[in-house]
Write a protein that binds this ligand. Structure first.
Ligand code: KG4
Ligand code: ZN
Length: 346
């Protein structure tokens, strides 16, 4: 079953064709707009939308050529319809709808967050229900994926998202935007971990609280104060990354307890970490260790599929199409589209 996936909700244009049934990625392309936004220190929505328009047609043609397929060979067109920057979402959604209309193909309106959550299922068997940590630039959530379209939110951030905290900390260290990957590289230059934690002690907001919520603003503030004193960038970056991964692990430990109580019959529960921040190797390793200690199977997308891409949209589209969840050409573009509202909208 051949699905074209289109992603345009932020600053990456992602296009892919997959065969969902055989779990084959046939052709894909991702184009980042980072250069266009870097001078502004963040993503500028208007510039993002225009940049998607500039490249989307050419990228779709290129990916279809690489896949050696024509539009008539497709079984469905999936496009991100939210949540995200609405100008960009509309560009991808309208391109998808136009192809679906012209070639009389099913259109699948994909929730970007659901796509992140389902991505590991493309490459491995991850059975429902599973525990999810979604960590991106806009979201930090713990939830249970019960089935397609059925997500229960257990915790979210009370202030900044984890990726946002990485980006802000990186900015304080004068690293380029988006800072997460740059900060990881600087932290890797730290030669003495124990000394870094001693020299730059940082707080872990919410530690030990018996819920699954997050807070990163106190951490960000502490980093700001630390940068005002003499410091070594690798030590500060290391301490921040270590603290962020401890915060995530502490909140996930609460979720593990809750999952065991609510689903005592699931013998080998699965845990998925997904979203841009899931590309961080320290965080992946910390969470993998935590899951092993607690008898959970650990799943994370390959590094290249942690950030935004067309493959994850095509896969979510395939899962929905296979379950008979097709949308009309009147599907809305949604700047906000909480996962908990998926059930009503499907
Ligand atoms: O999922 P994503 O590509 O876009 C959103 O939907 O938000 O996530 C982007 C976020 C950015 O904040 C970026 O700095 C962060 O993910 N990120 C990382 C790493 N790679 C990307 N944060 C920490 N370490 C990384 N290696
Ligand atoms: Zn994303």
């Amino acid at each position: 079953m051949h699905i074209l996936g289109i992603e345009t909700s932020c600053d990456e244009t992602g296009i892919a064709v997959i065969n969902g049934k055989t779990r084959e990625i046939i052709a894909e392309s991702v184009k980042s707009q980072i250069d266009a936004h870097q001078v502004f220190g963040g993503v500028v929505p208007e510039i993002a939308a225009r940049a998607h328009i500039d490249v989307i047609d050419g990228m779709i043609a290129h990916v279809m050529r690489e896949a050696k397929l024509e539009f008539k060979d497709l079984d469905g067109i999936a496009a991100t319809c939210g949540p995200g920057l609405i100008g960009g979402v509309m560009v991808g959604m309208m391109a998808g709808k136009a192809i679906a209309l012209a070639h009389q193909k099913p259109f699948i309106a994909v929730n970007h967050l659901e796509a992140h959550i389902l991505t590991p299922r493309l490459l491995q068997d991850v059975p429902f229900p599973y525990l999810v940590l979604l960590v991106s630039g806009g979201h930090t959530q713990i939830l249970v994926a019960k089935s397609l379209s059925d997500y229960e939110l257990w915790g979210t951030t009370l202030d900044d998202a984890c990726g946002e905290a990485f980006d802000k900390c990186a900015k304080l260290l004068r690293l380029p935007f988006p800072g997460g990957p740059h900060l990881e590289k600087v932290a890797a230059k730290c030669e003495d971990a124990a000394k870094a934690l001693q020299n730059v002690p940082l707080p872990q907001p919410m530690a030990g609280k018996p819920n699954c919520d997050f807070s990163f603003s106190g951490l960000k503030n502490a980093v700001r104060l630390a940068t005002q004193k003499p410091h070594l960038a690798p030590e500060l970056a290391y301490s921040f990354q270590h603290t962020a991964s401890e915060i995530l692990a502490d909140r996930c430990a609460q979720a593990i307890k809750r999952f065991r109580t609510i689903y005592p019959d699931v013998a080998h529960p699965a845990f998925v970490v997904s979203g841009g921040v899931a590309a961080n190797k320290t965080i992946r390793a910390r969470l993998e260790g935590l899951m092993q200690e607690n008898g959970f199977l650990f799943f994370a997308p390959p590094l290249k599929y942690c950030g935004d891409n067309g493959v994850m949209i095509a896969w979510a589209g395939y899962e929905r199409l296979a379950a008979g969840l097709v949308d009309g050409l009147d599907a809305k573009a949604r700047p906000r589209w909480p996962l908990e509202e998926m059930k009503q909208s499907s």
